[in-house]
Design a protein around this ligand. Sequence first.
Ligand code: PGA
Length: 257
Amino acid sequence: MIRPTSPRVTVFHNERALAHATAQRVADLLARNPRVVLGLPTGRTPVRLYRELVALYARGRADFSQATTFNLDEFFGIDASHPGSYRTFMVEHLFGRVNLSPERIHFLNGAAPDPQAECQRYEDEISAAGGIDLQILGIGTNGHIGFNEPARELAARTHRVRLKTETRRANAALFGGDPGRVPPEALSMGMGTIMQARTILLLATGKSKARCIARLLDGTVTTRLPASFLQLHADVDVLMDEAAASEVTSAPRRAAP
Ligand code: PGA
């Protein structure tokens, strides 16, 4: 069998080691290319990464002053200032704690009156920024990336999506623990938007991700597991802890140093 060079799979002892190494990688990239364009995720998985980045910034080891960011997705029908919005999450975990310049932070506006125009605006802004250099992703337990949910067909560009029950459940903590209060729709970068990023890091931690990570790496590409499309990208790292890697049998694994 020909061993693919991408996705490269690295397994860390635990979530902390993963976050530490990933933050260092982002800081190195910022040092090499201060004007880097970053694609950022929300969710439980990147919380530790953002904590590590904030710590590096506080020690003068990460400078975001020239960097540009684009977040993957946002709930539809709520304002950026809503306590459950992804924008609020990012302010709390990263934007409010590092020296990113507000005009270089880009976000989908979930309260936009014309969602289609809003999605086009986002695509245009990504193009105008020269595309995304490094896209960081989490993965849903159903294999979604961004809010590209498993389906018969996937959308290439930024679009409005209906969220699956399991996705609303996974986001309930942001809405007082009640999945029924999680907005039923969202705006999300499309599969093509994500796949055009020059480099992609997919982070996965915990046993609940083990099954979809194993499927993601098994060689099949299917719209039923949107993350499986990452197998078609030339520069992807799948970074995970032991628990998330526990069902992987098909890919060569590299232990983290
Ligand atoms: P999680 O979400 O990090 O909260 O597990 C990941 C995702 O849905 O992309």
